[in-house]
Design a protein around this ligand. Structure first.
Ligand code: HEC
Length: 133
């Protein structure tokens, strides 16, 4: 029962604040605030964003078995929304940045030294490419 195991792992991590992250919460707020702006990126930036998404996110959010992000979002939304992040059209730049800079349950937070603001802007551009204007 892989998903049962992951659910209990997620629960265990969620009930221990800071267990998944060595960074104190008050510093995270500052990092978000300064990366809050939205940049419009198209074409080449989006395809670089695709490559960066594969590098940083698809191990958990990709297709196939054993991807904790895909499993968790399938359980969260059932069939109301796609389990794959790059099939979604409802994610806003602010929301994506909030999750990436803060993390959630088993998803780690990524610092600017791990994913820079320009990299994150390109990942956002890739993930929001099919959003309605
Ligand atoms: C270690 C695995 C892991 C990695 C790496 C990871 N995520 Fe996640 N992510 C998760 C899990 C698990 C959830 C669901 C958490 C929950 O709600 O229980 C999630 C949730 C999200 C959500 C919230 C979606 C929603 O509708 O609730 C967003 C947005 C997101 N991730 C973006 C990203 C991006 C962008 C990256 C790459 C920069 C990334 N994640 C990397 C595991 C991961």
């Amino acid at each position: 029962m892989r998903s049962g195991f992951l659910a209990s792992l997620a629960f265990a991590l969620a009930t221990q604040p800071g267990a998944a992250s060595p960074h104190p919460p008050q510093q995270q707020g500052e990092r978000i605030a300064s990366s809050w702006t939205t940049t419009t990126i198209s074409g080449e930036g989006q395809s670089r964003g695709y490559v960066e998404y594969q590098k940083y996110c698809s191990a958990c959010h990709g297709e196939g078995v054993g991807r904790p992000g895909t499993i968790a979002l399938q359980a969260k939304y059932k069939d109301a929304l796609p389990a794959l992040l790059d099939k979604r059209t409802d994610l806003t730049p602010q929301l994506i940045k909030m999750y990436v800079r803060n993390g959630i349950t088993v998803m780690p937070n990524f610092r600017k030294t791990e994913i820079s603001d320009p990299e994150l802007d390109r990942i956002v551009a890739y993930l929001t490419r099919n959003n309605r204007p």
